[in-house]
Design a protein around this ligand. Sequence first.
Ligand SMILES: Nc1ncnc2c1ncn2[C@@H]1O[C@H](COP(=O)(O)OP(=O)(O)OP(=O)(O)O)[C@@H](O)[C@H]1O
Ligand SMILES: Nc1ncnc2c1ncn2[C@@H]1O[C@H](COP(=O)(O)OP(=O)(O)OP(=O)(O)O)[C@@H](O)[C@H]1O
Ligand SMILES: [Mg+2]
Ligand SMILES: [Mg+2]
Lengths: 226, 226
Amino acid sequence: FVQCTGLCKTYTVGGEQVRALDHVSLTVERGDFIAICGPSGSGKSTLANVIGGLDQPDSGSVVVDGVDLARAKDAELSAYRNSHIGFVFQSFNLQSHETALENVISPLVVGGVGKKRTRRAKGMRALERVGLADRAGHKPTQLSGGQRQRVAIARALVNNPALIIADEPTGNLDSHRGAEVMAELERLNREGITLVIITHDQAVAARAGRVLTIKDGTITETRGRA
Amino acid sequence: FVQCTGLCKTYTVGGEQVRALDHVSLTVERGDFIAICGPSGSGKSTLANVIGGLDQPDSGSVVVDGVDLARAKDAELSAYRNSHIGFVFQSFNLQSHETALENVISPLVVGGVGKKRTRRAKGMRALERVGLADRAGHKPTQLSGGQRQRVAIARALVNNPALIIADEPTGNLDSHRGAEVMAELERLNREGITLVIITHDQAVAARAGRVLTIKDGTITETRGRA
Ligand SMILES: Nc1ncnc2c1ncn2[C@@H]1O[C@H](COP(=O)(O)OP(=O)(O)OP(=O)(O)O)[C@@H](O)[C@H]1O
Ligand SMILES: Nc1ncnc2c1ncn2[C@@H]1O[C@H](COP(=O)(O)OP(=O)(O)OP(=O)(O)O)[C@@H](O)[C@H]1O
Ligand SMILES: [Mg+2]
Ligand SMILES: [Mg+2]
């Protein structure tokens, strides 16, 4: 379902080179639940962004659901991503002038999905699933850190994506809320949705079918069904 | 050292009231290390901001190191806060146009502390303590999530504050880096610095001398030396 081959990405700052991805290859089968772990700064978010089509590698290829992300044209890639990939950003990336509900339904608005009433209903359901129905009208500045994180998660779910990429989805949540979110993601996985979760939380990694460890931009270990 | 009495803070959004703080009282002795835990949305960050003088309660009082934060004039409060309180924000609050080093030394620049060369040396030492000496020239957009978190931590340490308030300081860190950060904070605590740490991480709370649990804006439990 996701096939990465020889991904390389290097940043240059002040004359110094940072190898964020150094020949990374990995395969994710449809319906897999994989966790990606590793030290701070090891390349996890960079890898997540490349798999999600949000960033381009310097070399190597990424094929998601048969779509070669490097070959796809911008508009085509953007439309594919909007309808097929749910992405939870490590820093949430919410629109500060929009309410929680408006933020959650933005993939539906962008994709022109359904009528306004249908979109709002879907958005409220997604908010209920993360325990935030009573915060639908709050803007991000009127939400706690963990509530913003959950709005980002709800937004990733609203379009029933085939692939969910979640970058540190429980970092601002207490263990109870974190377990709720993971139960929701695992339920979707059992229904066939492919899950790629970047996490520092060993409790989350323990629930994955396979755990990849990345260090200095290379995958150093794979545990679980290989 | 920190005395809070009857703190209340209510937000109103779309006609609905949210009681973020509901008659909160607590005492922190000089040199204490206390952890504040509780569910997402329970009022922890609101409490941290009020103790740190960054936000005002609707009623109740906060006295830090003999300074009544409600009575203090703006400029006086701002100067006191800059030199005596190190604050680590849940969402980091870094300046995106400045480098990691410039972000770290901003409390020294604001306070007019020392010469430029001294400030840069202090800033580099603070970055070393969080393992980021080799990222001094990177701007926040050129850093990973956990690296930004560590820059926010280094900034809180650079001025040798008497009180450190850290809101979820390890949420984006792997367990190794998280333990490094906690070891650093505990070392400062042993030297007499007062620590107030908001955390969802039970491993962090376990190291505190006292753990306060907050739920729906009220303190429901206190464990440890009371
Ligand atoms: N500016 C605001 N306007 C309206 N409601 C607000 C505002 N700021 C915070 N709130 C609400 O107040 C409550 C407490 O927020 P706070 O940020 O203190 O929670 P928290 O305990 O830090 O949560 P988390 O663990 O998720 O960071 C939340 O329910 C939040 O929705
Ligand atoms: N735009 C950029 N310019 C320069 N260096 C960058 C840039 N973006 C990321 N980096 C560097 O690339 C490395 C990998 O970053 P990445 O965000 O993928 O790490 P990560 O594994 O997600 O870390 P964390 O667990 O802290 O979130 C880091 O060392 C970071 O400093
Ligand atoms: Mg990251
Ligand atoms: Mg908070």
